[in-house]
Design a protein around this ligand. Structure first.
Ligand SMILES: [Cu+2]
Length: 108
């Protein structure tokens, strides 16, 4: 149970289309953000009343399906991605996104 690739780079300020391609037999989701933020999201997932809520930094895909969303990482730094279906994160369904400062954003 893992993301492939689980480690990728993107330029800050660049809008990217992120696609979750579920090639497994069960539901998966993809949550991106600062590690702290997404771990807070994981706690929410455990609360039954919050189940099924949607954030803009999150998509889910049924087995054999794809889901996409556009995202712009505004600031450089290390971000995380994860699946918080029960037990998936613990099983290694997580990854790292390095957001690199863009040269286009230079201020003189
Ligand atoms: Cu999963």
């Amino acid at each position: 149970m893992r993301f492939t690739p689980s480690n990728w780079n993107v330029n800050a300020g660049e809008t990217v289309l992120i696609t979750l391609d579920n090639q497994g037999q069960i539901d998966h989701e993809l949550v991106i953000g600062k590690e702290k933020e997404i771990l807070a999201h994981a706690k929410e997932m455990l609360s039954p009343s919050k189940k099924g809520h949607q954030h803009t930094n999150e998509i889910s895909a049924k087995p054999g399906k794809q889901a996409s969303f556009k995202w712009t990482f505004k600031e450089a730094g290390q971000y995380a991605m994860a699946c918080f279906e029960p037990g998936h994160y613990e099983a290694g369904m997580k990854g790292v996104i390095q957001v690199i400062a863009s040269h286009q954003n230079h201020r003189h």
